[in-house]
Design a protein. Structure first.
Length: 162
């Protein structure tokens, strides 16, 4: 159900031909990268966080992690992951297939700066065996993201030095 919903959603934006499905799982960054034959950092993971009574989806590069101090500065609250049993209800997609497309009303989406170093990235397409090939601009637009934010760590060159 979720894959068809995402394909319809992306189809309305002229992007349904970008959806790929696999005979293997793409539920984690590493599995998705293997299924696509790309580096893990290019996987645009969707991090599902509680924000007030609602849900915030942070799209980030596969090698990035939420930086609590940056997140708190941006959203004035601590980053709290959605519990697994709330993910489907709050995002419209199952764990392993959460994506920023065809979400329920009120779900907020932001894109992290960690993605901008790539020409093409691969978010999930609503299932644990799918992905979508998009430019960062297409991802931002198609996801309905409200902003580019800088709330992740672990991906910058200077963070790997020394």
């Amino acid at each position: 159900m979720s894959l068809e919903t995402v394909q319809e959603y992306l189809g309305a934006r002229g992007l349904s031909d970008r959806v790929q499905t696999f005979d293997v799982s793409s539920a984690t960054v590493e599995l998705a990268a293997a299924a696509l034959g790309t580096e893990p950092a290019r996987i645009a993971k969707t991090i599902s966080l509680r924000l007030g009574d609602g849900c915030l989806l942070v799209l980030a590069a596969g090698d990035a992690k939420i930086d609590n101090s940056r997140y708190k500065a941006a959203f004035h609250t601590k980053a709290v992951m959605l519990p697994a049993d709330e993910v489907l209800e709050k995002t419209g997609h199952p764990v392993g297939g959460v994506c920023p497309f065809a979400n329920p009303e009120g779900v907020r989406v932001v894109c992290d700066e960690s993605l901008r170093r790539f020409d093409v990235v691969y978010p999930a397409a609503g299932t644990a065996n799918s992905a979508v090939r998009l430019t960062c601009g297409e991802l931002f637009s198609a996801s309905g993201a409200e902003a580019w934010v800088d709330v992740c760590k672990g991906w910058r060159e200077e963070e790997h030095a020394g």
